[in-house]
Design a protein around this ligand. Structure first.
Ligand SMILES: Nc1ncnc2c1ncn2[C@@H]1O[C@H](COP(=O)(O)OP(=O)(O)OP(=O)(O)O)[C@@H](O)[C@H]1O
Length: 304
């Protein structure tokens, strides 16, 4: 469980995280979503005790990170991917981590198996691909068998196979009853991976909702109807909660009525239909709309 309470981080003039209050519960994958610069990495660093809040607090499994006597056994993290340049093998890298944290040696073999690195465990980490590096990072996060996992943009730069692997792994870890908190700036990715969403923009909380609710609110509930008898159909569909616009002679856009109900009216009146299409805003569109005012217009934007 992760509990943030009015969590705030200021860097000089810059308010990177602004009074964030949320709870990440065990048993489901929770997506931490927001445009670039929204404050996700800063929040994650504070969860992991790598940065101190300016005010407010964040607890992992009931305590601040620094208050845990064996933090690796409480919370495992995969922080933003960075190049690993090391002459050590994956096995030795994990073994060193295990030994310095009082974790038994056999756990190293277990996590290597869990992430599927058996074939390359004795090879130098310096020669690993990005995907292998991510697997190693996840193995390190799992080393202490923690109840809580925090992953910062774990699918960045991965191929579709690697993305699918991480997605299934995270779901499996949540099903075991762990708290899984995973950041991304891609709504489409989170819709496939997470069950719950915490959305931030400019350091502030924008939404704390289930993915299902988000998708529901994202759909515009408009239906495109094409019929050679559009005018007659229009008069039959008209009602207090229904709004209809005529796009072309034979084409209507109907809001406030389902495609099924429109189809039934047409059937009853024996009106031919050439098209009956529910139109949904894409998740990415809905996410952009939600965070529109919250996108950080940094130097890159100004330059373009
Ligand atoms: N050490 C720092 N000093 C000054 N400003 C910082 C520092 N770290 C982050 N910031 C600023 O705080 C804001 C939030 O950054 P953060 O990296 O947490 O966002 P993010 O949501 O993780 O974005 P991204 O997806 O780009 O990593 C940004 O404006 C960033 O420039």
């Amino acid at each position: 469980m992760i509990e943030a309470q009015a969590l705030t981080k200021r860097y000089g003039e810059k308010l990177a995280v602004d009074e964030l209050t949320f709870t990440v519960k065990p048993g489901v994958v929770t997506g931490f979503l927001g445009p670039n610069g929204a404050g996700k990495s800063t929040t994650i660093r504070m969860i992991m005790g790598l940065d101190a809040p300016t005010s407010g607090s964040v607890l992992v499994n009931g305590r601040r990170y620094a208050e845990h006597t064996a933090p690796l056994r409480e919370v495992g993290a995969l922080l933003e991917a960075r190049a690993v340049h090391t002459g050590r093998s994956a096995y030795n890298h994990l073994l060193a981590l295990a030994v310095s944290n009082g974790i038994p040696r056999r756990r190293v073999d277990e996590v290597i198996g869990l992430v599927g690195l058996e074939q390359v465990a004795r090879k130098r980490v310096g020669g690993f691909s990005l995907g292998m590096g991510q697997r190693l990072g996840i193995a390190a996060a799992l080393l202490g068998d923690p109840a809580t996992l925090v992953l910062d943009e774990p699918v960045n730069g991965l191929d579709p196979q690697g993305i699918l692997w991480i997605r299934n792994l995270l779901r499996g870890l949540a099903e075991e009853g762990r708290t899984v908190f995973v950041s991304s700036h891609l709504m489409s990715e989170m819709a496939l991976t997470a069950e719950h969403l915490i959305v931030v923009g400019r350091g502030r909380l924008i939404a704390d909702t289930s993915v299902a609710e988000f998708i529901e609110s994202a759909s515009r509930n408009t239906v495109r109807v094409r019929s050679p008898q559009a005018t007659r159909l229009r008069s039959l569909l008209a009602g207090p909660d229904v709004s209809i616009t005529t796009q072309e002679d034979c084409l209507l856009e109907v809001s406030g009525m389902s495609a099924t109900d429109i189809g039934l009216v047409a059937l009853r009146e024996q009106l031919p239909l050439e098209e009956l299409t529910p139109i949904r805003a894409s998740l990415e569109e809905a996410f952009m709309e939600l965070t529109d005012d919250a996108v950080e217009y940094g130097t890159e934007r100004k330059a373009s």
